[in-house]
Write a protein that binds this ligand. Sequence first.
Ligand SMILES: C[S@@+](CC[C@H](N)C(=O)[O-])C[C@H]1O[C@@H](n2cnc3c(N)ncnc32)[C@H](O)[C@@H]1O
Length: 581
Amino acid sequence: MNRPATVRRGLHPTARPFTSSPLPPKRAARCHALLGLDKLFKGSSAAPQPQPPPLLDPDAPELEPEFQSWLRREGLPTQPLLLRQCGREGRGLVAARPLPRGETLLQVPDSLLITAERAAEESCLAPLLRNLPTATSSTATATPSSSSSSAAPSSPPAPLPLPEWSLMALLLAELRGRLAAGDISSRWSPYVAVLPQRPGTVLDWPAKEAKQLLRGSPLLRLADSITAAAAASWQELEPIISRGRAEGLVPDHVPLAKADLDWAFGVLLSRCIRLPGRADMQVLAPWADLLNHDVAAEAGCHLDWDEGAGAGPRGSGSGSGAGRGGALVLRADRQYAAGQQVYVSYGPKSSGELLLSYGFCPPPAANPHQDYKLKLAVDQRNDPLAELKVQALARHGLPPELEFPLKLEGLPEGLLQYLALLEARPKVAQETFDLASLLFEGGSFPLLDGEDTLVLALRGLSGRCAAAIKEYPTSLEVDQALAAGAVAAVTNRPPRGPRRAPASATTAPAAPATTTNADPSSPASLPTLGTEDVCVSSLRAAAVAGIRVRERQILQRTQAAAAGQLAEVKRAAREARARRR
Ligand SMILES: C[S@@+](CC[C@H](N)C(=O)[O-])C[C@H]1O[C@@H](n2cnc3c(N)ncnc32)[C@H](O)[C@@H]1O
């Protein structure tokens, strides 16, 4: 339908060739896809070519020998991977020999997984946990950071007395206490002994530091949600622990203090694996949790439950250790040379998300998932139509607040439609619902009382970007200097562990050496800050400064794109008026 010649009061649908596509309700809820890239943004921000991973010496001495013997005793089948020191990434798994595509790289049987159910059974508080009413869903957890999964659950999750993460954290904290006191009675002791003392997640940051460092960045919301989830879990567990202690269930040498639980949450944040093939269950998987992250592994290297894999059920001496058929499996999606590290992807995460949840920070400029999460919400305080807008959004399956990942490459799908509804001021209640239908189903931005709702959305976007830039406590120049300082500090420091290529013939070229005079603006020259690095407060500050630099660039480019599109809308309106005359 064309724009009417005379615009009267009320809602007038228009069709526009240059606006974003309609937002089907189901896809709207996700809002991850990008669209209109070529139209909204000129120029390219293509991610730099990933560097080939370095080769490690397959003949180097075995790491963690006690842990590895335990794995074998517990039924881990022989695997074609070796545990090696991989520089700033810490330990990692490397190919023991040349491995063809399709080869099974890793298989962990059920008996070696720490599941929530097993944690509840093996906890010293099991007698209390058994008598708690079960939660409605085992995935209704206090999980603060979740990677999305597309696979449908294969079977409903078992009912649990507490959220998955609380149960696993409770067992981990107990095991840590036992181990510290020299009690190695648990079968999991050799595993707990090789877990990091400081996982390096935001839960390890001094309390005030997160607030100070992340001011102005949407990452502050993520940090708050992680710490709030850990605090909520502690609140839930504390009375159970106290009761268990009063009833003599908790051994005297096991403190089960908040610090132990926080450590356990850090371990879960940085090592838990979600299994789409097993009803989205979350597990700790010794050995599989030694795989490091590489964004380039996203294409096909997926760890998941395979019901048909493994030798079938096996007993391990204890009832709860008895396994079921199937295994956690990783298959090679490419060839590997001997000594080449095998990576998986921890999900499409920004450098800030990786920093908070895993304690390392890849250079934001080289991370294709770098974004600025713009939070949009119905203004419940100041918008007299707030209630109607909440209802209208709900009719289209949309919540009253939503985060949209702004990227250098373009606007997230549905952002402008959502903003148009937030910004519009319909005079008649029904118009709010009509407007929502036109925006979210019709895919058009109508005129409302003569006002162009696309213009409203673009102005709203531009204003929000400008306001967001002002929120940063530091200037761009200061952040650039801070980030460059980190590059120099890290490149000047030799990485831990061997990174040299073996003398034997290899298929992958060795990675270029980093230089001390690295150009901080060149993504390829930026080193990843590993957990060990970002545990140092000043380097953490520098990592966050680098993230702020990128976030600012995203906001500035989004603002410029909104201004460009506004100009285009106005030009189109002028031309349409001229044609009608
Ligand atoms: C699942 S564990 C992997 C095994 C770990 N490297 C170890 O030694 O136990 C995840 C942790 O590995 C490290 N890590 C994984 N990928 C990394 C990367 N690309 N760069 C730096 N550190 C990484 C981080 O410390 C992260 O918290």
